[in-house]
Design a protein around this ligand. Structure first.
Ligand code: FAD
Length: 499
């Protein structure tokens, strides 16, 4: 296969991110996107992880200014879990559980008491609804361990504008795939016109037109680890609520509810299991707990799992067409970034002539990334003791941990030991040990090696907590940071610092 022409089927986040990435990294390619005006896009997907800014601003080296102007994001520094026995705890993107204070003998995970509300400077900021710390000169320190909240339609608008600027062609048509010896022979428009290419990117969303429907690649379900299969979504225009610098996830009777913070809108979504709750009851619980909702709620159905391979013949799947898990860690856009960059790198390194071993490696890497997400989410469910509803009882007794099983056993025998970090997860695991420790220590999951600090150590730990508290109180809210960066204009200090 000699790749010169690429045809992307779909112009949701996945299709546009694939087209933009390929055109930016391989400008010699002819990249076209075909999208159906009748089918439209899924129109959800508003939380991200730090992989998102890294992809666009470090890997693709795009200027963040147009993104901030067109997509109008707010910053996300982590997730607030209303989950487990604590009132809440935070999973920040700053690796606080494994950190060791220089004057203490063990890492912070061993000192974080069940009643404490932060474990480091970044969770203290989130606890106080602050986003970024204050520098010595009084300005916000907008570091790069952040992600974004972005309204999906604004993200798609920015992606389309940027793709077109780079030379990507967008075609409006509903197409029917035609199979051929190498995979796909053509995408056929309603008027019979055949669109052909060397490589087809299937970004057709849940329809999986090429990988699933046409090539018949088997779908592997994650339903033994993730029981939810629906979401009811609604929201309201922001009034006086502060803009939180994190996504909030709250335990619900048969699942959980996100709260995603946009500058002028608050988006809520109840992810639930239809085996335990009807759509009507989910809607009723959603509205009872969110009486502010003014939009008409809509129900989205999905199945968790992935196709056996991402790349088959001349077809590469990106986004929902290749797999889906619920947005508990907002990983869909993250994995799209990973899929897009590994595809671009594969084409670059193979001089656009990918061979079977490279395709095999691409599949191994990306399917592993999907399974890593399943394993991490499974741990979220297995230990949440917040409610005793039939759904949560079933999660605690029946959730299969798959690849996380040994890691959890290690934790149960050894506690939040730093030894685990280098041994238990492979280098490309995007959550790292700190992600797991946030879920295990945050939910007070018992282990065999609790540490009782000496009086002196306990005093030092309290001093650190007090200092983090004071620093956090001096920090900047999202609103103050938005005002600060806008006041600086296009050349301001707010551009994302290089890694
Ligand atoms: C309830 C829910 C909440 C989510 N929350 C998050 C989140 O917080 N963070 C996150 O990262 N992700 C989240 N996601 C996932 C996220 O929405 C998607 O992964 C992302 O938007 C990518 O979608 P997509 O581009 O793959 O598919 P879609 O947006 O569905 O796009 C499919 C495209 O294919 C085109 N198409 C399909 N068939 C044809 C055809 N025959 N001819 C022509 N065109 C065709 C359509 O027109 C469309 O352009 C969430 C998903 C759900 C369901």
């Amino acid at each position: 296969m000699n790749v010169r022409d690429v045809l992307v089927l779909g112009a949701g986040s996945a299709g546009l991110m694939a087209a933009l990435t390929l055109k930016r990294r391989l400008p010699q390619l002819n990249v076209r996107v075909v999208r159906s005006p009748d089918i439209g896009i899924i129109g959800v997907g508003e939380g991200t992880t730090p992989a998102f800014p890294q992809h666009f601003f470090d890997y693709l080296k795009l200027k963040p200014q147009s993104f901030y102007e067109l997509a109008e994001p707010t910053w996300k520094l982590g997730i607030r879990f209303k989950w487990g026995p604590r009132d809440h705890y935070h999973y920040t993107f700053s690796y606080e559980y494994q950190q060791r204070q220089p004057d203490l003998p063990r890492n912070s995970g061993f000192f974080y008491g069940p009643e404490e509300q932060w474990i480091g400077p970044y969770s203290a900021l989130l606890h106080h609804n602050k986003a970024f710390p204050r520098r010595a000169d009084g300005t916000p320190y907008i570091h790069n361990r952040h992600a974004f909240h972005i309204e999906n339609l604004k993200l798609v608008r920015w992606l389309e504008t940027t793709s077109r600027t780079l030379g990507v062609e967008v075609i409006d048509a509903t197409v029917t795939p035609e199979a051929g010896p190498g995979g796909i022979a053509a995408l056929v428009k309603e008027d019979g016109t055949r669109l052909t290419a060397d490589l087809y990117v299937d970004a057709s969303g849940f329809r999986s037109e090429l990988l699933g429907r046409t090539l018949g690649v088997p779908f592997l379900s994650y339903s033994d680890a993730l029981f939810c299969d629906r979401a009811v979504i609604g929201g309201w225009a922001r009034t006086t609520e502060p803009i939180l610098a994190c996504t909030e996830v709250e335990t619900m009777d048969a699942g959980w509810c996100w709260r995603i913070e946009h500058e002028n809108f608050i988006n809520r979504g109840y992810v639930y299991s239809s085996a335990f709750l009807s759509d009507e009851d989910a809607l009723a619980e959603f509205l009872r707990k969110n009486p502010q909702v003014t939009t008409t709620p809509r129900v989205v159905k999905y199945r968790s799992g992935r196709y056996q391979h991402n790349w088959v013949g001349n077809v590469v799947g990106i986004g929902n067409s290749v797999g889906f898990v619920e947005p508990l860690e907002a990983t869909a856009l993250q994995i799209i970034c990973v899929e897009c960059s590994t595809l671009a790198d594969s084409l670059i390194d193979s001089l656009c002539e990918p061979n079977p071993s490279l395709i095999e490696l691409y599949n191994r890497f990306n399917t592993q990334a999907w399974d890593d997400i399943r394993d991490f989410l499974a741990v979220h469910y297995k230990f949440n003791t917040r409610l005793d509803t039939p759904f949560w009882k079933a999660c605690r007794s029946d959730t299969r941990l798959h690849g996380a099983e040994f890691l959890v056993k290690f934790y149960q025998e050894n506690g939040p030991s730093v030894v685990a970090g280098v041994q238990l997860l492979h280098a490309s695991n995007s959550f790292g040990m700190d992600g797991y420790l946030a879920m295990l220590v945050g939910q007070n999951v018992p282990h065999a090696k609790p540490y009782t600090p000496t009086e002196q150590e306990a005093r030092k730990w309290r001093d650190h907590c007090t200092r983090w508290d004071a620093e956090a109180r001096r920090g900047f809210t999202v609103r103050q940071c938005l005002d600060a960066v806008r006041a600086q204009g296009r050349t301001g200090v707010w551009t994302v610092p290089a890694k």
